[in-house]
Design a binder for this molecule. Structure first.
Ligand code: XMP
Length: 327
């Protein structure tokens, strides 16, 4: 599988058998490319990097070093799941870096969304590069580039580096075993590699994570309200058969408070906004019709279980005019 073009006759990977054949071939090619070298991979826990990690573990074992950077803006349970699946179940050589405090310090009092994104992106590179420099003998960098990334970078829409901006002096050769696959194929391959459904079917999650859902300047307590309400929404969607049906769903906590009543007393607390959209490629999105009774139940849980929240809203705005995220 040489070059950046998907061969015309390449069959779409839709079955476990086709995935097995792909895996066998990919492992062979990885072993040829890497020889007895060492590979570094930023493992976010997203589908693409997880599949690349699982392929590389098969191909080079502990000559793969995975780095999972927790920027403090991940969803509830996510860093724990990455450690459990990759270190404990797949035996990966995994470095877990809890950099939460570092990110939150840098983001303190920063309310502009694009500035927040830039800080999160560049600090991620800093943390990753620091870890890379501590390691010896690494000459390859694994990347979860997929075919749409290649096509978009050819059209000049975006650069396809997932960890773009790494210092030149690190001088890595790229290893991109899923670069000719579409997302649905990556999922089929992930399943064949034994990754859990919750990882393989994971909804899209932005690099800046919950940081763009904690509107305005991020505070620890409001971030916790985003994380806890998101966990309730995901749990209820899963229980009610919606997680495979809705493309992206999450909660947002704005940076203002409203008046309410709790336990017979006036409360002055944040609202939580629920967003649930369907989309093909995120360029436009439609609102998913969530059953009314379920929305009532989720509202009841969020207002009773999430600290500092007294109100729940449902965002009915398609894209356009709204974007999917609030920031
Ligand atoms: P918007 O909000 O632009 O989102 O309609 C479209 C899709 O992109 C995701 N998104 C991001 N992903 N870094 C990312 O990696 C970002 O800064 C970012 N902003 C939005 C969003 O979750 C949605 O799937």
């Amino acid at each position: 599988m040489i070059g950046n073009r998907r061969p015309e006759d390449m069959e779409r990977i839709t079955t476990p058998e086709l995935a097995e054949a792909f895996i066998e071939n990919a492992v062979k090619e990885l072993q040829e490319q890497i020889g007895d070298g060492k590979v570094l991979l930023a493992l976010s826990g997203g589908v693409d990097s997880s599949v690349v990690a699982a392929l590389l573990i098969k191909a080079v074992g502990d000559r793969l070093v995975c780095v999972h950077v927790n920027h403090g803006l991940l969803r509830k349970g996510e860093p724990e799941q990455v450690v459990k699946v990759f270190r404990e179940e797949l035996g990966a050589n995994l470095i877990y870096v809890d950099a939460s405090e570092r990110f939150l310090d840098l983001l303190k009092d920063v309310s502009d969304p694009e500035t927040k994104r830039k800080i999160i992106g560049s600090e991620f590179i800093n943390v990753f590069a620091e870890e890379a420099k501590k390691l010896e003998g690494i000459s390859y960098l694994g990347q979860g580039t997929i075919y749409p990334d290649i096509l978009e970078s050819e059209k000049g829409i975006k650069a396809h580096h997932n960890v773009g901006g790494l210092p030149e002096e690190l001088n890595f050769e790229l290893v991109e075993p899923v670069k000719l696959l579409y997302k649905d194929e990556v999922r089929v391959v992930g399943r064949a590699l034994g990754l859990p459904d919750s990882m393989v079917d994971r909804q899209p999650f932005p690099g800046p994570g919950l940081g763009v859902r904690c509107v305005g300047a991020i505070t620890k307590d409001r971030l916790e309200a985003v994380r806890e309400s998101d966990a309730i929404l995901r749990e209820e969607f899963a229980k009610n058969g919606l997680s495979g049906k809705v493309w992206q769903y999450f909660t947002i906590v704005p940076d203002f408070k409203t008046t309410g009543i709790k336990d017979g007393e006036r409360s002055f607390e944040w609202p939580v906004v629920i967003r649930a959209v369907n989309s093909i490629d995120a360029t436009s999105a439609e609102i998913e019709e969530i059953p009314w009774a379920l929305l009532h139940h989720i509202t009841d849980r969020i207002t009773h279980e999430v600290k500092g929240v007294n109100r729940v809203l449902y965002d009915l705005t398609p894209k356009p005019t709204g974007t999917i995220e609030w920031e």
